[in-house]
Design a binder for this molecule. Structure first.
Ligand code: ADP
Ligand code: DAR
Length: 346
């Protein structure tokens, strides 16, 4: 990565949070600081420098980054999450606390439901700066924990390096496998040594999967056809509890679970449905207004930075930090109930 030591003004058409808060004075104050893993400000902001269309434009290299570069991370976290630097983050993964009867039992609207959390191993650098040796150690520890899963979570690990093209295409088309990282992740250093020590684990009926060394050390994913959101959350919670018995995750009382990208801090959870809304699709202003009111994010169905296809949308919770996991799923659920009601009245 071509990391510059000189501050350069961000272009006028750059609206990222890093361009909003990284003044020349702050750059000069932070540019010679390093975390205990040697991670620098220049490495942290490189993605936002190289990609002026970034929304955020900054990644962490380790848990310490959020403290070492706090004068920059704190205002970005407050702006994105509405979460002040003195707040404490509380977790609650108990599905009994979720009020979510299937909002679409006949399957007229919801095609599939997916809930994922990100986790990083305590004491090891994040993907942006991790060495090949440490990345292999992450793979070994995570796969060892995944291979201890039993019952309906039991499955098999598929290293990307030895995966057949047919398997890869099948898993991507089933929305199970991650694609090689985009230009934002590339500029953040997250694609280094690709596909070394990357892979995917999934259970026999592909309702549970885990990504190893993509954007974070581990992504734990529960997914199934239809709108039984509570069942998907129950499976995710059980998997996270089982894996958490084997691995120590990086977290603290203020930021919750530590992630490479500050947008994922806290619960590190994205709960989404792929939902068909043919009438609302003709009124994107109304869809966007409801999404804003119910803290929802609307993406294309092939993942982040992809366009919607026809009237099928990926609708998920936007809040991740300062709310519990139950509240993340409740946010998505409550918004989906409203979207379906409005779709039915149009
Ligand atoms: P993230 O893992 O941060 O949620 P993306 O938005 O890129 O990342 O989604 C990753 C993959 O998961 C993509 O292939 C996307 O199509 C798929 N996906 C997301 N939500 C759903 C869903 N509700 N049903 C099926 N596939 C989904
Ligand atoms: N594209 C980067 C990251 C935004 C959040 N998405 C993640 N972490 N996958 C940006 O700054 O817009």
């Amino acid at each position: 990565m071509n990391i510059s030591d000189q501050y350069s003004d961000f272009s006028q058409d750059c609206h990222s949070l890093v361009s909003k808060y990284l003044t020349k004075v702050l750059f000069e104050h932070l540019k010679d600081k390093r975390t205990n893993n040697g991670f620098s400000l220049q490495q942290a902001i490189n993605s936002g420098v190289v990609n002026p269309d970034s929304g955020i434009g900054i990644y962490a290299g380790d848990e310490a980054s959020y403290a070492t570069f706090a004068p920059l991370f704190d205002p970005i976290i407050e702006d994105y999450h509405g979460y002040g630097k003195d707040r404490l983050h509380i977790s609650n993964l108990n599905p009994e606390d979720l009020n979510a009867a299937n909002p679409d039992p006949e399957g007229h609207y919801i095609i599939s439901t997916r809930i994922r959390v990100a986790r990083n191993l305590h004491g090891l650098p994040l993907g942006t700066t991790i060495s090949t040796e440490h990345r292999k150690l992450v793979e070994q520890r995570v796969v060892s924990a995944l291979e201890k899963l039993v019952g309906d979570l039991a499955g098999r690990y598929y290293p990307l390096k030895t995966m057949s093209e047919a398997d890869r295409a099948r898993l991507i088309s089933d929305h199970i496998l991650f694609k090689a990282g985009d230009r934002f992740l590339q500029a953040a250093g997250l694609n280094r040594d690709w596909p070394e020590s990357r892979g995917i684990f999934h259970n026999n009926d592909r309702t549970f999967s885990a990504w190893v060394n993509e954007e974070d050390h581990l992504r734990v994913i529960s997914m199934q056809i239809g709108g039984d959101i509570k069942q998907v959350f129950t499976r995710l919670s059980a998997a996270v509890a089982e894996i958490g018995r084997e691995l120590e995750f990086s977290r603290n009382h203020h930021l919750g679970y530590i992630t490479s990208c500050p947008t994922n801090l806290g619960t590190a959870m994205r709960a989404s449905v792929h939902i068909n809304l043919p009438k609302l699709a003709t009124d994107m202003a109304q869809l966007t207004s409801i999404a804003d009111e119910y803290h929802l994010q609307v993406r294309g169905m092939h993942g982040e930075h992809t366009a919607s296809e026809g009237s099928i949308f990926d609708v998920s919770n936007r809040r991740r930090l300062g709310v519990t996991e139950v509240e993340c799923v409740q946010d998505m659920y409550d918004g989906i109930v409203v979207l379906i009601k409005i779709e039915q009245t149009l």
